[in-house]
Design a protein around this ligand. Structure first.
Ligand SMILES: NC(=O)c1ccc[n+]([C@@H]2O[C@H](COP(=O)([O-])OP(=O)(O)OC[C@H]3O[C@@H](n4cnc5c(N)ncnc54)[C@H](OP(=O)(O)O)[C@@H]3O)[C@@H](O)[C@H]2O)c1
Length: 197
């Protein structure tokens, strides 16, 4: 099944190239599909946003948060039956995710929250002293494996938080900002969960 990455900027480009290089059929949905440069040598295709929505079972949203509602108004009906993975952050707002907007404009879509809790540098280079960082995510139980495949394709270790747990995931986002920016540790900062069997 094809995965569409909507947006070809820093995060979208990094994720889409990693998915394609890992062998996941990937398209980029872009406002300027004539420029295929974001794909590099990954093998991903760059198409219009509408074509990407139509072709994919899973869509990873990587637009600016301010552009998400317009996207959902336009493509909400077409998203029925598809999985929307929300990587967007409405930074500075009380709620950073778009779960409510997806439910409102695309009631037939399924919603997951992932790829939003770390600076994009860590999607490009996810290992620290040879150890993969964790990526915390929320998704419907039946979509867990599909999101884990995307996370593993980037080289991160998937850490499932549960279904409908986007607010918990966004707690990790706030922790990342508090440490990376607030406490000056820098953007090359990530998390790894320790547990005993
Ligand atoms: N930067 C990070 O470290 C980071 C980490 C995690 C999550 N995020 C979140 O991920 C999202 C993308 O961040 P980014 O740093 O990748 O941003 P970016 O480099 O500016 O890329 C955003 C992309 O969204 C597309 N887009 C669609 N509508 C747009 C519009 N109205 N204005 C501008 N671009 C539009 C553009 O691709 P086309 O021109 O191809 O359409 C653009 O390249 C944001 O919501 C951000 O909060 C960022």
């Amino acid at each position: 099944m094809t995965t569409a990455v909507i947006g070809t900027g820093f995060v979208g480009g990094t994720l889409g190239r990693a998915f394609a290089r890992a062998g996941i059929p990937t398209v980029f949905g872009s406002r300027h599909p004539e420029d295929g440069s974001v794909a590099g040598s990954s093998g991903a295709e760059v198409v219009s946003v509408g074509a990407a929505v139509q072709s994919a079972g899973t869509l990873v949203l990587t637009q600016p948060a301010a552009a998400v509602e317009d996207f959902l108004r336009r493509y909400g009906d077409a998203l029925a039956g598809r999985l929307v993975v929300d990587a967007t952050n409405d930074v500075g707002r009380p709620v950073a995710h778009k779960a409510r907007e997806v439910a409102k404009y695309a009631p037939g879509a399924r919603y997951a929250r992932a790829f939003n809790t770390l600076g994009g540098e860590n999607f490009a280079d996810p290992r620290f002293d040879g150890i993969a960082a964790d990526l915390f995510f929320s998704a419907p139980v039946d979509d867990r494996a599909a999101v884990e495949e995307l996370i593993a394709a980037v080289g991160l270790r998937p850490m499932y938080v549960g279904e409908g747990q986007e607010d918990v995931v966004d707690g990790v986002l706030r922790l990342w900002f508090a440490l990376a920016v607030g406490q000056g540790h820098g953007r090359e900062l990530a998390f790894r969960t320790l547990s005993r069997p």
